[in-house]
Design a protein around this ligand. Structure first.
Ligand SMILES: Nc1nc2c(ncn2[C@@H]2O[C@H](COP(=O)(O)OP(=O)(O)OP(=O)(O)O)[C@@H](O)[C@H]2O)c(=O)[nH]1
Ligand SMILES: [Mg+2]
Length: 623
């Protein structure tokens, strides 16, 4: 069967970007419908959110590419901008990438943006411009992408199209005539958006005659097929059977299959310049097919046309660290699971470590708490592992005084790595630039909140008379835990935030330890600002008291800094036989109960004399 050659001029590659929940995946649904990409009986809401976790939580976590065929008819086109090269009607291949909106997954957005020539910027007609609208737009502008602004959710009674378009015009500097309106839910304005995609976004550049050069923007591991790379063909072409070469990892292998996304994998005989698709490599080691690497053909006839690696992606730095241990299986299984997850999640990092109480485990780096939570869930579900996760921490830089020698700087990502106080000259903690967009009536409570989090006020701008744009420099450790929830609560849900890493700054910090029945529980230690130690310590022991089960003896919970005890709570002794009440009766009932108890015990970890449940390690997260 011969395949129709795709005319490069008739390809459009684009993303949908926006603040969280402004309707990207719902708009993608309507595109899938009007292009007949997904059969009607298979269609479901937010079709491109394929992971169970995404569907349960109603958010997009992974970017998802999909290819559609669209018949463009000039006579139907209501978009006014002129483009003389376009025929009366023609078929176009549209490669769409749906992206996540949550700030933890910005790395997904930036990788998607590097593969396309344009982006639909979606803005909720009831909310207007939000923090990630600006954040994601700036990323798209850095890639010189053509932006198509679309106001969505115009069906809602609170929609204020006039106000939002004035905001887009003044804040984003986009002409009013370029703004489209839509209701992704009701399917209004959808065809007009695709017409604008064809007219306004340029076809991909690239030379079909050059040797293959393609960018890996994502990859997955399939136990039967091996590593599957998601690619954008920048130059040349690739067919099954071609010998390919990964430039950065210096790996050679065969392309066993190539194809595109429907959104499931659909094989093809050739991937040509400008196309977005996949290459199945048969590689079994995940490290060899890194996101950002360039793939080329091994045997290039003309030696002079040596392929240069594509710019790839900035190495992403994790911000939040936590240790993961398995209670049910072999640490080796956990390592393999992390390696496979890492292939599909380029922002995840880990190294092995061991703890006297928990055994072999891994210190993992994440982009935020939602990222940590999602990783934990995926490890449990996709790899069937029982886990203990320690309290999250940021990284610190520490200037230390060695014995006899001068000072040196070390970086730590866990409170247990903090050197003794006598050796510390200075501690530096990470700061971020925090941007908050809020209706101005919540300015007071928001300023109070940021102040209590050690935020340093920088600037206020007015996007319109009733909407403020606030800028702060703030320690990262203060906003990763529950700042977002607190911000939503003080602003009745209206404020939105975005942040990016700034630098490390000196701070007065100390290590707060927790003793349970006299034994230090290292995974519960935290690095906290000196002025907050007393309050944090008291709060922690009070909450732990409700989580750690009663023992046969009295258990003291103490919060300490060095040898100083800041707070103490006691868990009273218990003496109770769980099966006592099951006198007589059926022996299987008794066995069942003991079995259930044993199962519960698996999730407990013994520290000194006391078993501590997993929830205790997460207590720091909930305030
Ligand atoms: N009334 C109305 N609701 C909409 C419209 N578009 C989307 N929604 C709703 O808005 C919510 C979020 O929609 P999603 O499509 O998941 O938003 P998203 O931008 O993909 O969200 P993330 O990927 O998590 O950032 C869902 O409840 C949708 O039903 C619209 O045009 N009108
Ligand atoms: Mg989505």
């Amino acid at each position: 069967m011969s395949e129709k050659k795709i005319n490069q001029q008739n390809i459009r590659n684009f993303c949908i970007i926006s603040h969280i929940d402004h309707g990207k995946s719902t708009l993608a649904d309507r595109f899938l419908e009007i292009t007949d990409t997904v059969p009607k009986q298979k269609m479901r809401e937010q079709f491109l959110d394929q992971m169970d976790l995404e569907r349960e939580r109603g958010i997009t976590i992974k970017m998802q590419p999909v290819r559609m065929q669209f018949k463009y008819q000039k006579s139907k086109c209501k978009v006014t901008d002129k483009n003389s090269k376009i025929l009366n009607f023609d078929f176009y291949t549209l490669n769409l990438i749906d992206t996540p909106g949550h700030v933890d997954f910005t790395y997904e957005v930036s990788r998607a943006l590097a593969c396309v020539e344009g982006a639909i910027l979606l803005i909720d007609a009831t909310q207007g411009i939000q923090a990630q609208t600006l954040g994601n737009l700036n990323l798209a502008k850095k890639q010189n992408l053509k932006i198509i602004p679309v106001i969505n959710k115009i069906d809602l009674p609170q929609a204020d199209i006039k106000k939002v378009s004035a905001e887009i015009e003044s804040v984003l500097n986009i002409k009013k005539e370029e703004i489209l309106t839509a209701s992704a839910k009701e399917g209004r304005g959808i065809e007009e958006i695709l017409q604008a995609v064809i007219r306004r976004i340029p076809p991909p550049k690239g030379d079909p005659k050059k040797p293959l050069s393609c960018l890996i923007f994502d990859s997955i591991f399939n136990p039967y097929k091996g590593v599957i790379c998601y690619v954008k063909i920048v130059d040349g072409q690739v067919r099954p059977g071609d010998q390919i070469n990964f430039l950065a990892s210096k790996t050679f292998c065969d392309a066993t299959e190539v194809g595109y996304f429907k959104p499931e994998l659909k094989s093809k005989k050739i991937l040509q310049v400008g196309e977005i698709g996949y290459i199945i490599t048969g590689l079994k080691t995940v490290q060899k097919a890194r996101v950002g690497d360039t793939i080329t053909i091994s045997k290039i006839k003309d030696k002079r046309s040596k392929i240069k690696p594509l710019p790839g992606y900035k190495q992403i730095k994790p911000y939040v660290f936590a240790s993961i241990y398995t209670t049910s299986g072999d640490p080796q299984d956990l390592k393999e699971a992390l390696e496979k997850l890492q292939l599909n999640d380029a922002a995840l990092s880990f190294r092995s470590e061991s703890s006297p109480a928990l055994g072999m485990g891994f210190r993992c780096g994440f982009l935020g708490l939602l990222h940590l939570d999602i990783t934990k869930e995926r490890l449990c579900r996709e790899y069937d592992l029982d886990l203990v996760i320690t309290a999250p921490s940021v990284q610190y830089k520490i200037k230390t005084r060695g014995k006899g020698q001068g000072t040196r700087e070390i970086t730590i990502s866990s409170p247990s790595e903090l050197p003794p106080t006598s050796e510390i000259v200075n501690i530096y903690e990470p700061y971020v630039r925090l941007e908050i967009i809020t209706p101005s009536k919540y300015l007071g409570p928001i300023m109070k909140l940021t102040q209590s989090k050690r935020g340093k006020y920088k600037d206020t701008k007015y996007l319109d008379p009733k909407t403020c744009f606030l800028t702060y420099d703030i320690p990262l450790s203060e906003i990763i835990i529950d700042f977002y929830d607190q911000l939503k609560s003080v602003s009745s849900g209206y404020a939105s935030l975005n942040y990016e890493f700034l630098d490390f700054r000196p701070a007065k910090l100390v290590k707060l330890d927790i003793l349970v029945a006299g034994d230090k529980v290292a995974p519960l230690s935290q690095i906290v600002p000196e002025e907050k130690t007393y309050q944090t310590g008291r709060d922690l022991v009070q909450r732990l008291k409700n989580i750690i089960p009663q023992q046969l003896f009295k258990v003291a919970l103490q919060a300490t800094v060095g040898s100083r005890i800041l707070a103490r709570e006691d868990i009273p002794a218990l003496s109770k036989d769980v099966t006592a009440k099951l006198y007589g009766g059926d022996v299987t009932r008794k066995r069942k109960l003991l079995e259930k108890q044993k199962k519960g015990k698996k999730r407990l970890k013994r520290f000194g004399k006391v078993d501590i449940p997993q929830e205790a390690f997460m207590v720091i997260l909930k305030k």
